[in-house]
Design a protein around this ligand. Structure first.
Ligand SMILES: N[C@@H](CCC(=O)N[C@@H](CS)C(=O)NCC(=O)O)C(=O)O
Length: 201
């Protein structure tokens, strides 16, 4: 059994869970809650960065981060399943990199709120991160995939990022990006694991 250290709300963990489901590997993946804030968490030994998701293999070896884990799961399922091969690989990986970058910026905004008292929060830093999210969403909306395109890691990452903006940023992105909203609705219809991995807090 593979052990995925994660938390229900982790968007990077969600990416891995959706990927595993699409690859037919959910039955081989046991999810175990990891508290990134707990200094006694074994996670800090499993992954020196103390970040989730982290995957523990049957050999005891660990893998991180989400991109490496998805690469591993795709390989385990035969390869080329959700990470395209050949030339198509690069736009898919770039789409994943963009979505992950949007998530990194959103998480930094969330952490600013969690770790700093109100008077110590830096509005210009928050705005700097907001710029990454806004430009990233605009770029993503300009490059929407064809509805018939086979689902790949770029789509999974994009859906996970939008889901996180819904969860933590009250879905404010939706008004400015109606075509992305339609894209996400279509993704949710095609990929049932998206709804199954949704959390509300
Ligand atoms: N690049 C990493 C990012 C993972 C990440 O930032 N995870 C967050 C939770 S969603 C985390 O572990 N935060 C705690 C920390 O940064 O210490 C990945 O793709 O897995």
């Amino acid at each position: 059994m593979l052990l995925l250290r994660s938390s229900p709300a982790s968007p990077f963990g969600r990416k891995v869970k959706i990927g595993a489901d699409l690859l037919g590997l959910s039955d081989r993946l046991q999810v175990s809650f990891a508290d990134t804030l707990d200094p006694d968490e074994t996670l800090r030994r499993e992954n020196p960065l103390g970040k989730i998701p982290t995957l523990i293999l049957e050999t005891g070896e660990t893998l991180y981060d989400s991109r490496v884990i998805i690469e591993y799961l795709d390989w385990l399922a035969g390869g080329g399943r959700i990470i395209p091969e050949g030339q198509d690989r690069f736009p898919a990986l770039r789409q994943q990199a963009l979505a992950d970058g949007i998530l990194d910026a959103a998480l930094l905004q969330v952490y600013e709120g969690r770790w700093r008292s109100e008077e110590r929060r830096d509005a210009s830093w928050l705005e700097y991160q907001a710029g990454k999210i806004d430009r990233g969403l605009s770029f993503a909306e300009e490059r929407l995939s064809h509805p018939d395109e086979r689902i790949h890691v770029g789509h999974i990452a994009q859906a996970s990022a939008l889901g996180y903006l819904d969860l933590r940023m009250a879905g404010r992105w939706r008004e400015q990006h109606p075509r992305l909203v339609a894209w996400l609705d279509d993704f949710a219809k095609r990929v049932p694991a998206f709804e199954r991995t949704r959390v509300t807090s």
